[in-house]
Ligand binder design. Structure first.
Ligand SMILES: Cc1cc2nc3c(=O)[nH]c(=O)nc-3n(C[C@H](O)[C@H](O)[C@H](O)COP(=O)(O)O)c2cc1C
Ligand code: SF4
Length: 713
């Protein structure tokens, strides 16, 4: 076996703990515990899959050392009583049997203790809380606002706080130590103290939340005192060699007077002196700002926290863990350069738990990529179990192996090679069915190709799925029209329609003008394969599109993404009608290419199909780039040089040279009607069944495969 990761895949050591490689699974809340804080089979199977996948060290999700107090989500794991021991022991043992090690992330969520707020329990804080205005509500849909209001506690007034006395701090230190001793008794290999992300220990570390004037406030050393006492107490309650990791924030984003990188370095030094064995360098962004969450801890910028880890690494002699959208290749380079010693990954291991094994086997192309869509973490925001948009097995590991071979192979025709169609074809072929995959286009990917044009991670998903279906014995036919005769000639047992949505612009006055494109036409103009849409362009534009087509540039998403930054047949001032997922992502793509954008959404919500955190980011970015976005817009009419509409009953007009109608996507049920007379069973998945996002199509593929399996049984 040859691979390109000699450092990342080399054994590592934290205190006396030997690890098979330098890959750490970052702590990620799942909401998979039961409502009383106990481990469930679902939770254990999820972690076991990551251990089996080759990860060296698993950091268990945030767990409540003082359960139920200080829990951050409804289904949080508890470490506060021996009642939790059986489940915790089984979890540790099932992870370790695959050669991985596991440490428990012990936490009190402090100001963020949602479970305390919901139950009306007062929350401990270092000093009185300064009320902050949140702009989060601006991005929520009406349904989500309803849920947030329900989470405001029994009296609807939100959280209540109490300032911790010195005695209460001492009790908390003892509570952490007792939880760590329990983790050790349960067979865990160590603990990670969560001293980041706005939780209780971080509330003391942050000068923004800690205004105390006693020994626990003021200087870095005083603010760290609670944490340092906790480290010492954990050491005393466990053993000299029991690994104690500490998660720190390299910085608090959008918090004036919050933790700085220099504070973090100093705190890390103090932690080492107090007996910590490793520092895990993350960061935090104020929840009062909708965008901040994608700055930290769920950093959008690749490798956004590496500089913090480097600074800590220079200051301490214990191992340093780097985290924050760091791809394995980048992690390898930085471990080699000495920026940090271990690479923690979160989302990449939700998307593919087998990532370490695949790196080891040199099968990098078979790794399912994360598309950084924030669906996973948005689930936690709304108190739901974690899911992964691209990996339907995440959180369903306990249901058994979806790829287990089928007893009877069937002939199956999949029509449409977007993510849903390719995933269905992949699963069915892996299960031993005889699969054909057709698409009318010359390329695999369907509408995900246009999504890849706007957002590179989507292209990686297309490439991964294309690689997967090509590596299997699937009869792939591109440029193939699925006429009823052609389908009938296949004599398939099952026909799966994954043909996407029908995108027809609604009846907006003026929509038939040359400067107006609907979604289908825009796609066709960019990819150069829609003659009617191309005919709407000027002669020079047509020539350039033709040249791009002849040079095959229109088939290469990466090249097209780059090339479209230099030129594209879209005018400078654009009105996009429709502020759903398609409209907003399109607006993001166009503002990045220097277009002046106005988005008009007739409905009351913007980007409702986007996960909250991603939506917050898109809306923020658009507004920062000067885009104008209106919702609840009425009476839209397109003129040759403007779009007229009403906003709060006031007539408005936006001048523009180009209008794109990003509305009117409907499930496409034309083919099922045509095929209904045949002998094959016809199924629909993805947008042709119900218009949604990539996660819906991928999950539909799984459900369909299970349905076919049941029908075959
Ligand atoms: C769904 C989800 C839940 C998370 N929950 C936790 C948590 O419980 N504790 C924690 O310290 N960080 C948590 N994080 C942050 C991750 O540990 C990690 O620092 C972050 O995702 C950045 O790493 P990545 O880019 O490799 O995903 C969570 C992240 C995700 C995606
Ligand atoms: S849900 Fe999206 S962001 Fe989260 S791990 Fe999966 S692909 Fe990545």
């Amino acid at each position: 076996m040859s691979h390109n990761f000699p450092k990342l895949l080399s054994p590592g050591r934290i205190a006396g703990l030997d690890l098979r490689n330098r890959i750490v699974m970052a702590a990620m809340g799942t909401n998979f515990a039961d409502e009383n804080g106990h481990c469930t089979e679902r939770l254990i199977a999820y972690y076991e899959a990551r251990a089996r996948g080759g990860t060296g060290l698993i950091v268990l999700e945030t767990s409540a050392a003082f359960y139920p107090n200080g829990a951050s989500m409804p289904n949080n794991i508890g470490f506060s009583s021996d009642d939790f021991l059986p489940g915790l022991s089984e979890l540790a043992q099932r992870v370790q049997q695959h050669g991985a090690k596991i440490v428990a992330q012990l936490n009190h969520s402090g100001k963020m203790a949602q479970a305390d707020t919901a139950a009306g329990r007062p929350i401990p804080v270092p000093s009185p809380v300064t009320p902050s205005h949140s702009n989060m509500f601006n991005v929520l849909t009406r349904a989500e606002i309803g849920n947030f209001i329900k989470a405001a506690g029994p009296d609807g007034k939100g959280p209540s706080y109490y300032e911790m006395s010195v005695e209460q701090i001492a009790e908390a230190v003892a509570g952490f130590a007792a939880a760590a001793a329990r983790a050790r008794r349960a067979g865990f290999d160590g603990v990670e103290l969560h001293a980041g992300h706005g939780y209780l220990l971080a509330n003391f570390l942050s000068p923004y939340t800690n205004k105390r004037s006693d020994d626990y406030g003021g200087s870095v050393e005083n603010r760290a005192r609670f944490l340092l006492e906790t480290i010492r107490a954990v050491r005393a309650a466990t053993s000299d060699t029991f690994p104690i990791l500490v998660r720190l924030d390299g910085m608090e984003y959008r918090i004036e007077g919050g933790i700085t990188p220099a504070d973090c370095v100093e705190t890390a030094r103090l932690c080492e002196s107090a007996g910590a064995d490793a520092i895990d360098v993350s960061a935090y962004g104020s929840v009062a700002h909708a965008i901040a969450f994608t700055e930290a801890p769920l950093v959008h910028e690749p490798g956004g926290f590496i500089a913090f880890a480097q600074a800590v690494k220079k200051a301490v002699s214990i191992p340093v863990i780097g985290v924050g959208r760091i791809e394995p290749e980048v992690g390898e380079r930085h471990i080699a350069q000495g920026s940090f010693d271990f690479l923690a990954m979160g989302r990449r291991l939700l998307a593919d738990p087998e990532l370490p094994n695949k790196l080891l086997a040199g099968q990098d192309k078979s790794i399912r990529p994360c598309i950084y869509c924030y669906i996973c973490v948005s689930q936690i925001f709304i108190n739901q179990p974690v899911v992964c948009a691209v990996n339907h097995c995440t959180g369903r590991e306990h249901e058994g192996d979806i790829l287990a071979r089928s007893s009877e192979g069937r002939k199956i025709l999949v029509i449409g090679a977007g993510p849903g169609g390719m995933e269905a074809a992949r699963l069915l072929a892996e299960k031993g069915h005889r699969v054909s995959l057709w698409d009318k286009s010359r390329d695999l990917g369907g509408t995900a190709r246009i999504a890849g044009l706007a957002y590179e991670p989507n292209e990686k998903l297309v490439n991964y799925l294309a690689h997967a279906v090509r590596a299997l014995p699937i009869d792939i036919q591109l440029g193939k029209a699925a006429t009823s005769d052609a389908v009938a000639a296949e004599h398939a047992d099952h026909v799966i329609l994954a043909t996407g949505a029908l995108r027809q612009a609604p009846a907006i006055p003026g929509k038939d003008q040359r400067h107006v494109f609907d979604g289908e036409e825009l796609r066709g103009v960019l990819f150069g394969d829609h003659s009617a849409a191309i005919a709407k362009l000027s002669p020079l534009q047509r020539l350039l599109v033709k040249a791009a087509q002849l040079s095959q540039m229109t088939r290469n998403i990466a090249l097209l993404r780059f090339g479209s930054k230099l030129w594209m047949p879209i005018a400078g001032e654009v009105v996009i009608i429709g502020g759903g997922l398609v409209g907003l992502e399109l607006a993001e793509y166009l503002v990045e290419r220097g277009r002046k954008i106005t988005v008009l959404e007739p409905g009351p919500d913007l980007g409702a199909e986007l996960a909250i955190v991603r939506r917050a980011r898109v809306l923020h970015q658009l507004r920062e780039h000067g885009a104008t976005i209106h919702k609840s817009v009425d009476a839209i009419e397109i003129t040759p040089d403007s779009v007229r509409y009403e906003l709060k009953n006031e007539p408005q007009s936006t001048p523009c040279k180009q209008v794109i109608i990003a509305m009117g996507a409907q499930p496409d049920d034309s083919l099922p009607a045509q095929l209904s007379g045949g002998s094959a069973q016809v199924h629909q998945i993805g947008d042709c069944h119900s218009v949604g996002y990539i996660d819906g199509a991928i999950l539909d593929a799984r459900k369909l495969v299970q349905q076919i399996e049941r029908a075959n049984a």
